[in-house]
Design a binder for this molecule. Sequence first.
Ligand code: FE2
Ligand code: FE2
Length: 178
Amino acid sequence: MKRREFLSVILGILSEAAISPSALANPTDNIQDFFTMCTVALSHEYGAIIQYVNHAGITKSKKAESVFLKNMLDEVKHAREIAKILIKEGGFPSAGIWPYQTDKKLQKLLQYDVDLEVSAVNLYSRMLEAPEAARYRDTIYTIPKDEELHKRRLSNLLRTIKGASAEKGSSKAKPSVP
Ligand SMILES: [Fe+2]
Ligand SMILES: [Fe+2]
């Protein structure tokens, strides 16, 4: 299968809502080609940007909104960097978008974002193993570090929210004092 056909298959899959959780967690698992990994990475960054903008619009929590927007700005930077690598590699940055996920509940939104960051770390860790990555090591090396930071911000917030709702639940469960 030629690269062009391969990419259209990948991007076709990405446009479908039904995608397996394992494929979402390890986006480049079955991909060896550096150029294709960059294309998937770019689509992953686009999906992350949309997901964060969507989540920032949905949540009523100012703290969560600020975390979503802070992370989103880094994803814009990553997308630009990966697009530049694709150009240098003689290709063209695609506009395929990784499937983003959304919900009404903040806990669920945060969990989707943590999952997204885990898959981003997996993706860039694999990219760094490719020999071609050496040419862009300075750029690519910093990206998974940013993704780890995003994950930490989200996980901290998620822990706080889970703790607060557990506390609320237990105080409700307490018998009323006569
Ligand atoms: Fe990113
Ligand atoms: Fe991220």
